[in-house]
Design a protein around this ligand. Sequence first.
Ligand SMILES: Nc1ncnc2c1ncn2[C@@H]1O[C@H](COP(=O)(O)OP(=O)(O)OP(=O)(O)O)[C@@H](O)[C@H]1O
Ligand SMILES: [Mg+2]
Length: 242
Amino acid sequence: MLLKLENVTKRFGGLVAVDRMNLEVEMGEAIGIVGPNGSGKTTLYNLISGVYMPDEGRIFFEGRNITNLPPHKRAPLGLARTFQIPRPFGSATVRENVAIGAMFGRANAGVDEAMNIADEYLRMVGIYDLRNKEAKFLTPLEKKLMELARALAMKPKLLLLDELLAGMNPQDIGKIIELIKKVKEEENIAVISMVEHLMHAITKFAERVVVMHQGKKLIEGPTLEVLNHPKVVEVYLGKKVV
Ligand SMILES: Nc1ncnc2c1ncn2[C@@H]1O[C@H](COP(=O)(O)OP(=O)(O)OP(=O)(O)O)[C@@H](O)[C@H]1O
Ligand SMILES: [Mg+2]
């Protein structure tokens, strides 16, 4: 078992944003988290990555209790995330930004090695030619690709993708999904991806889907089966999900 959440709860004042959530993730699995607005997806991500500590419950990574570890101590264990709004070091180059991932993640590399790892992943995501550009000059799509390369350079065992595909055109979405599938297979990385409004994308990518509703897990199971389940259609206001 790679990741395990046991009865994890997070409250904001009187509001229970994540309510006794249980989740198990195996090595190499691709999981999609979906749910209507306010259902607790982002909060769940923040709990897994260590931005928030749970009020109750426990989180294990490879059997180790990481419930109270801060994010910078989770990353070297093999837990990487992308941010919905990438915040690169604007005046550093693309290559340097990605190398930072290699230095602080599980790769735990020195500067020269980190630069080489950066080059490897910049090639993989297709922005190697931009490596010497200052990050602030990248387009939004290029920034997302750099963000993906940075996360991969950390050599994660678990990659959390936060709305990586939001705002992209269908062609780019297709490209990135293929890319993530390829890396996931090659490096046996488990991926949890949160996709709010791109259900079709999730059917192409996730083997299993977890649907959240009012902070709780409504249902989980094989992607298409779950997305077509009457309970799920109901929380999405009667609309067919896919
Ligand atoms: N820092 C915070 N302080 C107070 N309330 C919060 C905070 N973060 C989230 N919430 C509340 O917790 C609930 C879950 O929010 P969360 O952002 O996790 O949902 P979500 O599923 O990601 O929603 P969306 O689809 O809109 O992004 C919401 O009611 C939200 O208003
Ligand atoms: Mg959210």
